[in-house]
Ligand binder design. Structure first.
Ligand code: HGY
Ligand code: MN
Ligand code: MN
Length: 423
């Protein structure tokens, strides 16, 4: 498995490779399309039935128990701009290898399955080209209407539907009975590295609010307009960016994370005061009460900035997910497998959102982390060692085998299939 996995990972890392050693594979880009095509061929070559749903989620299926629900394992292939090779893609490939090994054990008579196997690449987890994050799994879990997702546009005005069609990325697969979901992902934090731990057992997720904000002023001459007459949207936006950053000063360290990292302004002329700025304010906390207090304080500051810069500030949309625990039985099962295999392990909180964040709201979900060097991610120098990647594949394979065998009592035949179908 070792060389095979690493060779496959090297192949995937070539798609959209950047000179800085990372990848650029934004959702439904040509590079995402190349990687998706390679992954689809890998699935077919390794005995999986290939299916794609209406929002571009790719599934590889192996049915060994006719009519039984599926244990789904995977992550996402899309990346942030100028990003790392590991975020998402590692988990998709690890899931594929874990499912292949589990299917081989079943075929050899070494394992008695209760459930079937499915590997997944969730479309557009990153939410960089098309907001929101975790789009494909949100549609699959019914948290986002399919039509809304397909009509979403990128900054150039291209819709998700158009972008997917450009890479032949839409299908008609209309649903799956999911007994449980498993995902392994790079930590994107520094706790595993700082504590010398190999496996993170994701036990809880922070809560996140992503505020889409529009600051409206009035266009005027950067030189000629009197200062007292100006309604400068970029001045208002700048005050808001600093206000968002200063929110954290009102809380204990590491209780609140804030950032503004996406901004568009019109007309963006060197000689015309900005009439409008559109920005994304990302606010996260381990506690919902803390986050709500922070958002309230930001709204108060927004009112002050409106007076200061003579602009109008509106929160036009909020995308959020709640903090909350992962399945305790799944954490204990994963801990037992890591222990049996001789890997150090500890409970981890995830600050980043993942497709597991959506799936855990619908089915029993187990999520594992492997260490990120320097805790850095969404950066070309994102790195996880080969040894840690392979340890993650080994533990994921062991957990998958246990869950497919029916050892996770919470995993059972769901009431109705999950589906990305429009209906
Ligand atoms: O939004 C998130 O946290 C994820 O990384 N897309
Ligand atoms: Mn990710
Ligand atoms: Mn990411």
């Amino acid at each position: 498995m070792t060389s095979d996995f690493l060779a496959d990972f090297g192949q995937m890392s070539a798609f959209g490779a950047t000179p800085g050693g990372g990848v650029e594979r934004q959702a439904a880009s040509a590079a995402d399309g190349e990687n998706r095509a390679w992954f689809g061929s890998w699935l077919v070559d390794n005995g999986f039935t290939l299916r794609t749903d209406a929002v571009g989620n790719i599934f590889g299926l192996i049915e060994t128990v006719p009519g039984a629900p599926y244990v789904v394992v995977g992550s996402h292939l899309d990346s942030q701009p100028l990003a790392g090779r590991y975020d998402g893609a590692y988990g998709v490939l690890a899931g594929a290898h874990a499912a292949r090994a589990t299917a081989a054990a079943i075929a050899a008579g070494d394992a008695e399955p209760r459930f079937n196997l499915a590997v997944v690449d969730w479309f557009n987890e990153e939410g960089s080209r098309f907001k929101p994050s975790m789009m494909g799994s949100a549609v699959f879990t019914g948290m986002l209407p399919l039509d809304t997702a397909l009509a979403t546009t990128d900054p150039s005005g291209t819709t998700v539907a158009e972008a997917l069609d450009a890479i032949d990325g839409r299908g008609t697969f209309d649903g799956l009975d999911v007994a449980a979901y498993l995902e392994v992902h790079v930590e994107q934090g520094r706790e595993l590295e700082d504590t010398g731990t190999t496996i993170g057992l994701v036990s809880t997720t922070w809560t996140a609010h992503k505020l889409e904000v529009v600051v409206t002023g009035e266009q005027s001459h950067t030189g000629a307009a009197r200062m007292a007459d100006r309604k400068d949207a970029l001045h208002g936006a700048a005050e808001l960016i600093v206000a968002a950053r200063r929110l954290i000063d009102g809380f204990e360290p590491e209780q609140l994370h804030t950032a503004v990292s996406e901004m568009y302004l019109d007309p963006n002329s060197p000689v015309a005061i900005a009439r409008e700025v559109r920005m994304l304010v990302d606010i996260r906390s381990p506690e919902r009460a803390t986050l709500e207090t922070a958002v309230e304080r930001l709204r108060e500051r927004m009112s002050e900035i409106e007076q200061l810069a003579k602009v109008d500030i509106e929160i036009v949309k909020v995308v959020e997910w709640s903090s909350g625990p992962f399945l305790e039985e799944g954490i204990l099962l994963a801990a037992a497998e890591a222990e049996r295999l001789g890997y150090t392990h500890r409970r981890s909180a995830t600050v980043a959102g993942h497709d597991a964040t959506n799936m855990k709201e619908r089915v029993p979900t187990v999520m594992l982390f492997v260490p990120s060097v320097d805790g850095i991610s969404h950066n070309e120098r994102e790195f996880t060692s080969d040894a840690d990647m392979l340890a993650g594949v080994e533990v994921l394979t062991a957990v998958l085998g246990r869950v497919v065998a029916g050892d996770l009592s919470a995993a059972e035949a769901p009431a109705a299939p999950l589906s990305s179908d429009a209906s």
